[in-house]
Design a protein around this ligand. Sequence first.
Ligand SMILES: [Zn+2]
Ligand SMILES: [Zn+2]
Length: 253
Amino acid sequence: MRRRATSFTRHAAQLVLDLLLPPQCLTCDAAVEAQGQFCAKCFKATSFISTPCCVSCGLAFTHFGQAGPDQICLTCTGNPPPWGEARAAMSYNDQAKKILLPFKHAGRQEHASPLAAMMARAGPTLLARAEIIVPVPLHRTRLRERHYNQAALLAQELAKRRQARAIPDALIRAQPTPPLGSMTAAARAETVAHAFAVRPHRLAAINGQRILLVDDVMTSGATARACTDVLLDAGAASVDVLVAARVLDPRQT
Ligand SMILES: [Zn+2]
Ligand SMILES: [Zn+2]
């Protein structure tokens, strides 16, 4: 009875809020039916990744010949990632930047819930088998500047949907890493190779568990590889990777 009353109160509060602040599209001023939605124009501009995509890294296949055997892209065939599977909700285009840059740099933490919903749709199997959800960590200097880790917000939202356990501080970024943008794939891998570690007091929670590693954006995958390696070294049973957006790295084509 109390739960029904609480739910009614929440529903009423949302109605009042919607009257005062009519729901707006996530990435423009257009009116939408409910908070956390795109308008039709922005929805159309969003490049959601559906199959066929690389089952190993989540890269959208855009033309025939990109897929090698078993729906694995040529990059993953040549250099298999250490994780099981990876999925991304969307390609990192100009529209994706409109939601992800404010989420990461401008305090728009409320984007975590709709982004997590898109990620859950992109990787339902990965989410269903996850026991522990772990975000890619920020170095403490950057965390102090930004006040929050956007990947941790996504991990917490995903955990709510799955009733899984998020451990936002499972990994530590022991060294600050420079922006990887202009580096070659080999330089990226070298830069992040020793940047991450599992926090000693989280080792027991990771051991033997199926982990879902979560981040906002994946580019070359160097960061996700480094995090996966330390989780597997710490005794994780398996690691899958789920991100909001996947950058098509020109070096990989
Ligand atoms: Zn819009
Ligand atoms: Zn791939």
